[in-house]
Design a protein around this ligand. Structure first.
Ligand code: PGA
Length: 248
């Protein structure tokens, strides 16, 4: 099966000219791979034009965030209906940088359901901010999953993608160990099955935080994940090309 790779550009780059250049290199790199399905999450203001320029099949597009309402008085927000109109296939929900600026589990709950309602695949981002030896990260993750899946119809459970991102590792160069990710993947499936039933066994799980060209291979091989969410390396064209090549 193909590995899903999300390129989360966050609030980069600073001009559309650079965005186009980065997209050209990324496109070329992904075209020479066999086993990758790339999901590009550029800033919303660049998304439609990049989407419209792309004629291939290996790249699909994601919003980094969206509002759950279809429209209305929400200054600065983008709706999922607008995302669909721009032929967006995925939306990141509950990224830790959004949670840090106030997004709650209640918000992610509404957003996941709203995305599914318009046929956009939600990528629900979860993860603890700190890790101690007390195992508290499991209860944080469990609560984030419970909320995120609460309003999902049983038939849609397996359409939600879960991205586990240990927040303390984001932005660095060192991932969680693949063995710990494997343990977390088992826990995530179990938590969803407990909360929402057997369909939880079939969900796709991604790992994100400090994924680089050096650690990508081990994480895909031993981490029990279907894909990876890449932040800072995805806006560094040579490094991201090397990362895609390392997956093959
Ligand atoms: P990073 O970011 O790859 O720079 O650690 C991952 C993320 O925040 O999604």
């Amino acid at each position: 099966m193909k590995s899903l790779v999300v390129a989360n550009w966050k609030m980069n780059p600073s001009s559309f000219r650079e965005a186009k250049r980065l997209f050209e290199v990324t496109k070329k790199a992904v075209e020479s791979t066999q086993n990758i399905s790339l999901i590009l999450a550029p800033p919303a203001i660049f998304l439609r034009e990049l989407r419209d320029s792309y004629k291939g099949t290996k790249i699909s597009f994601a919003l980094q965030n969206a509002h759950w309402e279809a429209g209305g008085a929400h200054t600065g927000e983008v709706s999922l209906a607008q995302a669909r109109d721009a032929r967006v296939s995925y939306v990141l929900i509950g990224h830790s940088e959004r949670r840090a600026s106030g997004e709650s589990n209640g918000d992610t709950r509404r957003k996941v359901a709203a995305a599914l309602a318009v046929g956009i695949t939600p990528i629900l981002c979860i993860g603890e901010t700190k890790r101690t030896t007390s195992g508290q990260h499991f209860s944080v993750v469990k609560e984030q999953l419970r909320a995120g899946f609460a309003d999902v119809a049983p038939a849609h459970i397996s359409k939600v993608v879960v991205a586990y991102e240990p927040v303390w590792a984001i932005g660095g160069e060192q991932t969680l160990s693949p063995r710990d990710m494997h343990e977390m993947a088992i826990f995530i499936r179990k938590a969803i099955v407990e909360a929402r039933g057997e369909k939880g066994m079939n969900i796709k799980i991604m790992y994100g935080a400090a994924v680089t060209e050096s650690n990508v291979h081990a994480m895909l091989r031993d981490g029990d994940v279907d894909g990876l969410l890449v932040g800072h390396v995805s806006v560094d064209a040579p490094r991201f090309s090397a990362l895609l090549k390392a997956i093959g």
